[in-house]
Design a protein around this ligand. Structure first.
Ligand code: SF4
Length: 369
């Protein structure tokens, strides 16, 4: 409870808590529940860590959406990486993919069995690995949302300039706006507003959210990741709802400009093109991913190794799909904190540092804080 108590006692939080209370009263005549979806794993983790849901007015819910890149990556992607490792390829990956379960194994298990799986702290490390061993193929696991896509895609440019011919990418990039459209199209979900991810927005800018506000009447507020940022963002959303308006509002101006980052977008545009992508728990969404353009096929691990990434198989009983879409809370999964724990995870939502189940296990479970 340390973080929760400290945050609640902080003088900086008091005015925002009071404002939330006033906005809750202003919304009291509104029928039903107000459902706000946050679509960023960092928001998910901070909301759990600081007990922010408990500070919301009555009938206002903060729901976690599909904003954790590891969580939405299908088990078939892990299967493909393990298959490549089995062919003698070095797999270079960020550490959060290690424990993610594939259909029957994980990269950590493959590494324990002798596969070359190298954890990288930056994409550049994959290039160094490839340059150090020219006779050995190196595949970098290229997953992520808009935030991380440009630096990973620019590996292609670096490899070409430095004449490193044994590096390729297993691409599973995802885009946030198509996920928002999928959430709004789901008849089981009723979302009133989006708390938009600060880091993604720092790349995309505000324009990508305009259709959700203008055409769908959903307030979209961009917020940072400190607990005060999140409360500030929630106040912005509730103020819009209380005033009966829906707009895109950028409340993270210290990091996200309204125009986003055109240089990063130009890098994405140069190397990648939109394509359908498979999302765990959601399925195939058209134009929701980015793949390497045909002229960069030599750097595309699927083409280079004649591989097809499939959906793979989920662990029976794992409800990650519903958790990712905000249809269920982690504790509603019968495996939560029993068969599935961070030490022995069954699904990606329990693995990732941004996963809903990991956040709930660590901070919201009785005795977890
Ligand atoms: S508790 Fe484990 S099995 Fe259940 S949804 Fe979360 S990650 Fe999947």
């Amino acid at each position: 409870m340390k973080y929760v108590d400290e945050f609640r006692a902080s003088p900086a939080a008091a005015p925002l808590r009071a404002r939330l209370g006033r906005l809750g009263e202003a919304l009291s005549a509104r029928p039903g529940t107000v459902n706000i979806m946050e679509i960023c794993g960092s928001h998910t983790m901070a909301a759990a860590r600081y007990g922010l849901r408990d500070l919301l007015p009555p009938r206002v819910r903060l729901i976690s959406g599909p904003g954790c890149p590891v969580c939405v990556t299908p088990p078939g992607y892990v299967d493909a990486a393990i298959e490549l490792a089995g062919r003698g390829v070095t797999i270079a990956t960020f550490g959060d993919m290690l424990q993610v379960p594939g259909s029957s194994s994980s990269l950590a298990q493959a590494r324990a069995a002798g596969a070359r799986i190298e954890v990288c702290y930056s994409p550049r490390r994959a290039l160094e690995l490839a340059a150090a061993e020219p006779a050995r193929e190196v595949v970098f696991l290229a997953i992520g949302f808009e935030t991380t896509i440009a630096p990973v895609a620019s590996l292609v440019d670096l490899a070409a300039r430095e004449r490193v011919a044994n590096l390729s990418l297993l691409v599973s990039f995802k885009l946030v706006p198509p996920a928002l459209r999928a959430v709004l199209a789901d008849p089981d979900l009723s979302i009133d507003a989006f708390l938009c991810p600060g880091h993604v927005s720092a790349i995309t800018g505000t324009a990508v959210y305009e259709p959700f506000a203008r055409d769908r009447g959903k307030p979209c507020v961009i917020a940072g990741f400190e607990p005060l940022d999140i409360l500030f963002g929630l106040c912005g959303i509730l103020a819009q709802l209380a005033e009966g308006r829906a707009a895109v509002e950028n409340l993270y101006r210290r990091a996200a400009r309204d125009a986003g980052n055109p240089i990063a977008r130009a890098v994405m545009e140069r190397f990648l093109r939109p394509a359908a992508a498979y999302w765990r728990g959601i399925g195939v969404l058209p134009e929701s991913g980015l793949v390497l353009r045909d002229e960069f096929a030599a750097y595309d691990a699927e083409k280079r190794f004649g591989l097809k990434v499939g959906a793979g198989r989920e662990y029976p009983g794992c409800m990650c799909g519903d958790v990712i879409k905000g249809k269920r809370l982690p504790a509603q999964c019968p495996l939560f904190a029993k068969r599935c724990t961070p030490a022995d995870p069954v699904g990606p939502c329990m693995v990732s540092a941004e996963g809903s189940c990991a956040a709930s296990y660590k901070y919201e479970r009785k005795g977890g804080r």
